[in-house]
Design a protein around this ligand. Structure first.
Ligand code: SF4
Length: 891
């Protein structure tokens, strides 16, 4: 019988509700939960494909020590002994945990309690440091607490939405869908997109401001000065509920002397800046949404405060349809903030003030609570490299890929005395450095809570049995704590036990003094926890229905309960471009992948959208540096280098290069963008400057290019460039190398025949033109296509789509065999080629272009009626609209 479980998506901070239906045959169907207030049934392409990521092929199934499987007791004893010995010999600050926004709140709480409450060090930091710690710091400076004021409904009530440093359409797609729906309902809703790049999000913009990288603080200081000069001040709000306005205005006026000066400083047209300021001035219901483009810079905290200042001046906070709104990257970045997962927070939104330390000490009944903040992520790994941290436990994250200066991080891990990794995936770039590997439960197997960007707590529920010997993270940490001698404090039997304690701590001696209060949930029974419905914190004892908006009463969490303006003096990026590195590298995400590909890389339809690492370059820069669209390029910075496919596009700002952060050694060779990123951090938040590293771009001198499709996963060591993507029934490899001559037929046979699966003699169809450097070969077993390899001196090779489609067939027709080496049937030259646009229905770019041309389609709705593209999750609608625009301008 089918079972349907209500849970939440494990990807981004939108926190969509998901219905997972497990059929009797074990398959799982995923749908959006129509009752969840974050998404009301919507899902994006990533959420919709969750069912494709549940297999066990890549899972870590058993504990391991030094690569050998062992039982849990042996592994847990090894972890406890390793940490105990290090603490005994070198003190508590010689050990650290590096945790993740993928953990559930209960996992996070236990890890934080062990490190800060019992080991006695605050050396626990989370990968959320990389994503939104500047927003945390900005909130704390302005509000005295890390509080997101509003909620998603405000986006539907606003008359102006400003999206700053946020490719919402790709990174928070369901928020984007809600904004798009709001605009369709209310055409007067104005949308301003502030981003150096023209992204899919710009599709719905009434105004796109392609700001010079790093100039956002100047733009918002200019806005503050403009609003003040025009008298757009909510005097009652400012006088009653804020302090520090004049120094903030002085700083704003000092740098934004005129509209022309602001426009020049931001690299914008003056009329566009004026229009933005006028719209902000007249639209009281304004929501300013900001994300990694603001946070991931060396002055991210100041930028956050420059935005908040404008809302404080106009009193646009705490009421429906308005407010500054930081959207978080990860599914439980907020939960991590709540428990104290950041090294500079103690627990439950309390810092390290003596009163808080004493309060937490009494609550946890521990005499060993950490007294001071610990090391933030970048500093923490620097300390590992310098030998100051000697034992490190990494939970559910992949720092060898995702931290800046990632090669240095690898060196640090390689020389660290004791590295433990708990993860659900066996082979990541980070697990390669672990002495002890602990198998953790994955999404679908875990139980607990998460908090989304609008402070809404929801349950993640298990609907699958754990793979192999996998265990929940809270159980793993508690077992180690028990072995360290803290059995009584970690005597948990379920996540509900932990949640009640977490809620009780948040309400302990609170009385409205601290923003984070779940006091009303501290006595939740097990059945109530199981049936828990989404709710927005705070949920204090006297407000059990939760709190949709904060600060409606004008009372903040500073000592005098007033919000603080922050005087901001704009600063540029820490490392400026120069002659050697003349462009600015900006890193980010793509629509259908998540972080380091450990899950989305398993899904054929998600992997079909963008199959390899790329670098977007403006045509002007491409001309200057001899780069053509589709060629391989080398990106080099002072910190590292990578190879990527060049996308020459006018959507990129001249002088800048964009590269995605997802690819790593498991999916590509020499393609880790974060190895290039400078490790400079914001001095207040500790967040790294992922958005600006000086970079050089040059054509990669490949002697040959190739692609290979194979039913069997291969280890291709001969190619200097190798990117792997999952297809439907096959693996796709994009290859290139520098060695000029090669015996291709022999190489193909050696590589592809290495492990024959049955006794059938393979059949080869191949063609070699040594003079032209061309080879095309196909290998069939029993009439079924097993693999094919296409090689040329240039990247111009046949489209992969028709060949890929043959892997779903058991035999090929005579005509198909005849055209195998051409790479396509004459009649189907453009069937689905050009790459997947609609991941839900596998509709390719060229199919859409053909339909637009042949059927004279004029709108995304018409494309949807004709091909179904864009009619499910809607994530591809911006791309469909861009194709429509291209077709219209070509016509
Ligand atoms: S927007 Fe997409 S990735 Fe984010 S939570 Fe919703 S379904 Fe998941």
């Amino acid at each position: 019988m089918n079972r349907t479980i209500r849970t939440t998506c494990p990807y981004c901070g939108v926190g969509c509700g998901v219905l997972a239906t497990v059929a009797a045959d074990g398959t799982t169907e995923i749908r959006g939960d129509p009752e969840h207030p974050a998404n009301f049934g919507r899902l994006c392409s990533k959420g919709a494909a969750l069912g494709e990521t549940l297999g066990h092929s890549e899972r870590l199934l058993h504990p391991e020590i030094l690569g050998k499987a062992c039982d849990w007791n042996t592994a847990l004893d090894a972890v406890a002994n390793g940490f105990a010995r290090t603490i005994r010999e070198h003190g508590p600050d010689s050990v650290a945990f590096y945790v993740s926004g993928q953990l559930l709140t209960e996992d996070y709480y236990v890890a934080n309690k062990l490190m800060k409450g019992f080991i006695g060090s605050a050396n626990i930091d989370t990968n959320s440091r990389l994503c939104m710690s500047s927003s945390v710091a900005g909130h704390q400076r302005a509000f005295g607490s890390d509080t997101v004021p509003g909620n998603y409904q405000d986006l539907e009530l606003a008359t102006l939405i400003v999206l700053i440093g946020s490719n919402t359409a790709w990174c928070h797609p369901v928020i984007y869908q809600r904004i798009r729906a709001a605009k369709e309902k209310n055409p007067d809703l104005k949308i301003v997109v502030i981003d150096p790049r023209q992204t899919a999000t710009s599709e719905i913009a009434d105004l796109h401001l392609p700001v010079k990288p790093g100039s956002d603080a100047l733009l918002f200081n200019g806005l503050l000065a403009y609003l003040h000069d025009r008298g757009d001040i909510n005097t009652h709000f400012v006088d009653s509920f804020t302090e520090g306005m004049q120094p903030a205005l002085d700083a704003a006026h000092a740098c934004a002397r005129s509209m022309a000066a602001v426009a020049a400083g931001c690299g914008l047209r003056e009329p566009d800046v004026t229009r933005f300021y006028q719209w902000f001035s007249v639209n009281e219901k304004t929501v300013s949404v900001y994300s990694q483009g603001i946070n991931q810079t060396s002055s991210g905290t100041d930028k956050v405060n420059a935005i908040i200042n404008c809302h404080l001046l106009t009193g646009r906070i705490g009421r429906p349809g308005m407010g500054p709104f930081s959207v978080t990257g990860q599914p439980n970045a907020m939960g991590g903030r709540e428990v104290g997962g950041l090294a500079n927070q103690l627990a439950a939104h309390m810092n390290f003030d003596a009163g808080n330390v004493d309060r937490v000490r009494r609550f946890w009944n521990s005499s060993n609570v950490a007294q001071k903040p610990g090391l933030k992520a970048v500093d923490l790994f620097r300390a590992v490299g310098e030998g100051r941290i000697k034992a490190l436990w990494i939970m559910a994250t992949n720092p060898a890929v995702s931290l800046p200066d990632a090669d240095r991080v690898r060196q640090a891990l390689a020389q660290c005395e004791f590295v433990v990794v708990s993860d659900c995936v066996r082979a990541t770039d980070t697990t390669a450095y672990a002495q002890v590997l602990l198998p953790a439960s994955a999404w679908g197997e875990k139980n607990g809570t998460v908090t989304n960007s609008e402070r809404r707590l929801s349950r993640q529920r298990a609907f699958l049995e754990p793979a192999g010997e996998a265990r929940p993270d809270w159980w793993i940490v508690s077992e180690v704590a028990r072995r360290l001698g803290y059995a009584q404090a970690f005597d948990y039997h379920s996540p509900a036990d932990i949640f009640r304690e977490h809620a009780a701590l948040s309400g302990f001696e609170n009385d409205g003094q601290r923003d984070f209060d779940l006091g009303a949930l501290a006595t939740l029974g097990d059945a109530e926890y199981e049936g828990f419905s989404p709710i927005q914190w705070p949920v204090p004892r006297d407000r059990p229905q939760g709190t949709p908006r904060m600060f409606a009463d004008g009372r903040f969490f500073t000592e005098n309960r007033k919000a603080r303006f922050v005087a901001v003096t704009p600063r540029g990026p820490a490392n400026e471009k120069d002659d050697e590195y003349p462009l600015a590298l900006n890193t980010g995400r793509v629509r259908d992948h998540w972080h380091t590909l450990t899950r989305t890389g398993l899904s054929p339809r998600l992997s079909g959208h963008i199959v390899e690492p790329f670098a977007e370059v403006h045509p002007q820069d491409a001309r200057q540096y001899g780069i053509h669209d589709g060629m391989l390029v080398t990106l080099t910075t002072r910190w590292g280098e990578m190879l990527a496919r060049a996308h020459v596009t006018e959507t990129q700002r001249p002088g800048s290069v964009f590269a995605p952060m997802h690819w790593n050694d498991q999916y590509a060779r020499r393609a880790r963008a974060d190895a290039l990123v400078n490790p400079v951090t914001d001095p207040v938040s500790g967040q790294p400057e992922f958005k600006h590293t000086p970079v050089n771009v040059a054509p990669y001198p490949a002697a040959w290019h190739a692609f290979l499709l194979s039913r069997r996963r291969l280890d291709i060591t001969e190619a200097s460039y190798c990117a792997r993507a999952t297809g439907q029934g096959f693996w796709r490899y994009e290859l290139a190398g520098e060695t000029p001559s090669w015996d291709w037929p022999r190489w193909a046979r050696a590589l592809l025949c290495a492990a024959p699966e049955n006794d059938t003699r393979p059949e080869w169809i191949d063609y070699l033109d040594s003079g032209a450097g061309q080879y095309r070969g196909a290998r069939l077993l029993g009439g079924r296509l097993e693999s094919c390899l296409f090689v040329a001196r240039t990247p111009e090779l046949p489209a992969r789509d028709w060949l890929a489609s043959l892997f779903s067939r058991d035999t090929l027709t005579r005509e198909e065999r005849m055209h195998l080496l051409a790479g396509t049937l004459p009649s189907q030259a453009a069937a689905v080629s050009g790459g997947i646009v609609c991941a839900c229905f596998s509709v390719g770019k060229n199919s859409i272009i053909d339909a637009i041309r042949e059927k004279r389609l004029g709108t995304a709705e018409e494309v949807g009626q004709c091909l179904k593209a864009g009619t499910n999750c809607g994530s591809c609608i911006p791309e469909i609209k861009a194709l429509l625009r291209q077709a219209q301008s070509a016509a």
